[in-house]
Design a protein around this ligand. Structure first.
Ligand code: HEM
Length: 139
């Protein structure tokens, strides 16, 4: 029977010489693997003693990488209330950004043109008035 770890148990194994991670509710001992990891030791140290599901999935590991997980498994995670929960879907699924409706976009464009036109008109008036003053002074 495989051992069951609480999140607290896993959190204690958070150094390079004793490195556990949680991926999909399973606990893996990566202590011996950390030096062999093709993605480098730094990324594993970043998630040492934590839930690495999101980080693991974000990389898009190959089937081969998933198979090598089997050799590292030490038990199951027993989640308790208050434990952090991985949010795998949030980062792998791009968020749908609402695009401005065509009427809004159109209105925005018209206002820019209208305001630009007004500014140009007043600037022209101002320059004309100045030019008249200069002429009047010169006369
Ligand atoms: C603990 C179990 C893990 C195993 C067994 C594992 C295994 C592997 C393997 C075999 C590769 C080579 C490429 C592939 O086959 O996909 C790889 C690459 C990589 N891994 Fe992991 N990995 C693990 C965890 C992690 C975690 C938690 C992260 C991120 C925090 C990570 C980040 C990376 C990165 C950045 C690469 C390099 C990808 C590239 O250069 O294209 N790995 N890993």
């Amino acid at each position: 029977m495989s051992k069951t770890y609480s999140f607290q148990d896993v959190a204690e194994h958070n150094t390079k010489k004793d490195l556990f991670v949680v991926i999909h509710e399973k606990v893996y001992d990566c202590t011996k693997f950390v030096d062999e990891h093709p993605g480098g030791e730094e990324v594993l140290l970043d998630v040492a003693g934590q839930d690495a599901t999101e980080a693991f999935e974000d990389v898009g590991h190959s089937d081969e990488a998933r198979e090598s997980l089997a050799a590292l498994i030490v038990g199951d995670l027993k989640r308790e209330a208050g434990d952090p929960v991985p949010q795998v879907t949030s980062s792998s699924v791009p968020s749908i950004k609402s695009s401005p409706s065509s009427s809004n976009g159109g209105f925005g464009l018209y206002s820019v043109v209208a305001i630009g036109g007004l500014i140009a008109y007043f600037a022209y008036q101002y320059i004309q008035a100045n030019a008249e003053q200069v002429q009047a002074a010169a006369a």
